[in-house]
Design a protein around this ligand. Structure first.
Ligand SMILES: Nc1nc2c(ncn2[C@@H]2O[C@H](COP(=O)(O)OP(=O)(O)O[C@H]3O[C@H](CO)[C@@H](O)[C@H](O)[C@@H]3O)[C@@H](O)[C@H]2O)c(=O)[nH]1
Ligand SMILES: [Mg+2]
Length: 267
């Protein structure tokens, strides 16, 4: 058992035993998330407040036609403009560049990237933080494809995916299998995007990452390992969205395969 692990364990009230003075910044990319945004922000605010953590959320909305930005503005009014920071862009420019854009405004020591559609539940964030503290990891990534945390974490549940059809499950498994086989980064979920980074580490990896679409997540992990950064894993359950639609299309599958190939020849 790791001697440091117990020092970062959550106590009976689910709080960290010593005051955590770090600030946690969430980058939340949104495209047509009007219905999801108020609830995900409420859950995030509650999670951070319950654990006595300093936080901010940077919403990167790409001119969603459903009025997401107006909802985000109202949320900034009620939670405070220092807590909900709206950094919109003028059109749909993709998930990868949304993170790059959001990172320019981050003030926290740690950055959490996640989806706004409840596929990534905020309840896992304290486990990410616990894992980061216990081993001083540069990155902690959520994994759907591992049943225990790496290294072990007592509170972790098995990972998994709920609500996806067979096609989407096969695409995800296939994408991970392809990258794991060709690139061997030693991480069980390369395509997931629920992660916690030290801010400087995220800045460094993002500056050398070339892809911009869904393949971005995989490239980030492969580059992180190639640069020698330490990565811990926490099992998460990924639940498909209830409101709205996924933006993953066939073109993303093709650009993913191209991304694996270009990393294979360059990293
Ligand atoms: N700003 C912005 N946000 C976007 C864009 N495209 C998607 N988003 C936002 O990014 C998040 C994920 O988008 P989804 O369309 O819900 O993705 P998904 O198909 O559920 O894919 C998820 O799983 C993949 C792995 O299987 C991940 O690779 C992917 O990042 C995401 O987590 C959501 O909050 C969505 O609003 C965009 O072009 N711009
Ligand atoms: Mg989704």
């Amino acid at each position: 058992m790791n001697p440091f692990a117990s020092t970062a364990a959550l106590d009976m009230q689910g709080q960290f035993p010593t005051q955590d003075t770090h600030m946690y910044s969430v980058i939340l990319p949104t495209y047509n998330e009007r219905k999801n945004l108020p609830i995900i922000i409420w859950l995030l605010a509650k999670t951070f407040t319950d654990h006595q953590l300093a936080w901010e959320i940077i919403v990167v909305d790409d001119a969603s036609p459903d009025g997401t930005q107006e909802v985000a503005r109202q949320l900034a009014n009620s939670y405070g403009e220092d807590k909900i920071i709206l950094k919109p862009r003028s059109g749909k420019l993709g998930l990868g560049t949304a993170y790059i854009h959001g990172l320019n405004y981050v003030r926290g020591d740690f950055v959490i990237i996640m989806d706004a559609d409840f596929s990534h539940h905020p309840k896992f964030i304290p486990q990410f933080i616990q894992q980061q503290k216990a081993h001083n990891f540069d990155i902690v990534t959520g994994t759907r494809y591992r049943s225990s945390a790496s290294p072990a974490l007592t509170s972790a549940q098995p990972g998994g995916v709920h609500g996806w059809d067979l096609r989407r499950k096969l695409v995800s498994r296939g994408a991970n299998f392809l990258a794991a086989t060709v690139l061997s980064p030693g991480i069980s979920d390369l395509t997931g995007s629920f992660r916690l980074y030290k801010r400087s580490v995220l800045q460094h990896i993002i500056s050398v990452t070339q892809s911009k679409g869904y393949v971005f997540q995989m490239e980030m992990m492969v580059r992180a390992k190639a640069l020698g950064y330490s990565v811990g894993e926490v099992p998460i359950t990924f639940v498909d969205r209830l409101f709205g639609e996924s933006k993953l299309g066939a073109d993303e599958v093709v650009s993913y395969a191209k991304g694996v190939w270009s990393l294979f020849v360059s990293v």
